[in-house]
Design a protein around this ligand. Structure first.
Ligand code: KG4
Ligand code: ZN
Length: 360
């Protein structure tokens, strides 16, 4: 198979985005489509698994047709199929995984089950504008920060090692929970980002430490501390359900904008503190930063600055690829195809948990 003839179809349905992408053999996007279900889940203040699965069933075939039309391709041009097999919501995963297996079987092309976190971790090597992907070094560190994950991994040719994980909430969850208490709706990370731009961080929250000296993350204390500060501001923290916004962003008082700036600072300060600790022990040269929280303004400013001060080449996921997408799934699949690591292939099952460090 000549690499310029390769066309990998990527499918992503692990949570609340239905996504389809077509990637060429150089890792360039022929198309990448994402259909968000945010509207369907918003009034529940979080993702409802049954609604997610049903929406994927409805959206996936339509999105596939649109993606093929975008690329001026037909199914017969697809040379391999990659679909997310986990971690995620099992009912949601099953939709993309079954579709992917069925297509691969029908087309007699290889099927690659992809780990969603591996997809995120590799996404910073993609060119967000459709150009070929950047070369992936044999060894690099990856910070994956999303609504469900806050992890640091070390990627090597033959293995993936976990260097840190969150012991409670994920960083994105911390953004979302604080936003929800402040009445900013769900998912609240982008709203906190916008309010923080209007605020001034002046009262830092402490960076938590573990007694055992572990570089693991912890964000649950921040939620409680932020709650206290909301009460100080005379705001009654909104209950978690229903999650519709009760405060218009333009009406947010200065004190609340300042608090959101403090919250954002606290999250980024902890990320940097842990990265420094890990870098002192591990000395990596390249760090990828990916996942929904990699869209955050302060994250995109401070982590590259940290890298420059330490001689670490920080690669941020392109803006359009921080959230869930199928390009990263197709790309992880392409890399596995090129190295003959297809995992369980058609035998793969949907996994709610699938630790990345168990992959080869
Ligand atoms: O990767 P993603 O789309 O889905 C998961 O796999 O979780 O990440 C979504 C998370 C949410 O928690 C959302 O609030 C957060 O990413 N997020 C942000 C920003 N944009 C998205 N957090 C802070 N600042 C942002 N600009
Ligand atoms: Zn994700």
């Amino acid at each position: 198979m000549k690499s310029d003839e390769t066309l990998v179809l990527g499918l992503e349905t692990s949570c609340d985005e239905t996504a389809v992408a077509l990637l060429d053999g150089a890792g360039g996007a022929r198309t990448s489509r994402v259909s968000s279900q945010e509207e369907a889940h918003r009034r529940f203040g979080g993702v409802v698994p049954e609604i997610a699965a049903r929406a994927h069933l409805e959206n996936l075939p339509l999105l596939l047709d649109v993606a093929l039309a975008d690329a001026g391709a037909s199914l017969a041009d697809v040379t391999a199929v990659a679909a997310t097999a986990g971690p995620g919501l099992v009912g949601a995963l099953l939709v993309g995984l079954s579709e992917g297996k069925g297509l691969a079987l029908g087309l007699s092309v290889p099927f690659v089950p992809v780990n969603h976190i591996e997809g995120h971790a590799l996404s910073p090597f993609l060119d967000g504008a459709g150009g070929p992907a950047f070369p992936v070094p044999e060894t690099f560190a990856a910070l994956v920060v999303s609504g469900g994950h806050t992890h640091v991994f070390r990627f090597e040719a033959e293995r993936i090692e976990r260097l840190a994980r969150t012991r409670d909430d994920a960083a994105g969850e911390a953004f979302d929970k604080v936003a929800k208490m402040a009445g900013l709706g769900y998912p609240g990370g982008p709203a906190v980002d916008r309010l923080a731009r209007r605020g001034r961080a002046a009262r830092p929250f402490p960076v938590p430490h573990f007694k055992d000296g572990s570089p693991d993350f912890s964000f649950s204390g921040l939620k409680t501390a932020a709650r206290e500060r909301l009460l100080e501001l005379g705001r009654v923290p909104a209950p978690g359900f229903p999650g519709g916004p009760s405060l218009r962003e333009e009406d947010a008082p200065q004190g609340l904008c300042d608090l959101m700036a403090d919250v954002e600072e606290a999250i980024v300060a902890q990320l940097l503190h842990r990265l420094s600790r890990i870098h002192e022990a591990e000395l990596f040269e390249v760090l990828t930063v990916s996942g929904g929280v990699a869209a955050n303004t302060l994250v995109r400013e401070r982590i590259p600055a940290w890298g420059r001060s330490r001689g670490v080449d920080v690669r941020l996921a392109p803006r359009g690829l921080t959230g869930d997408n199928a390009m990263m799934i197709a790309f992880a699949g392409l890399r596995r195809l090129l190295t003959g690591r297809l995992g369980e292939g058609l035998g793969a099952v949907a996994r709610s948990r699938w630790p990345l460090e168990t992959l080869r």
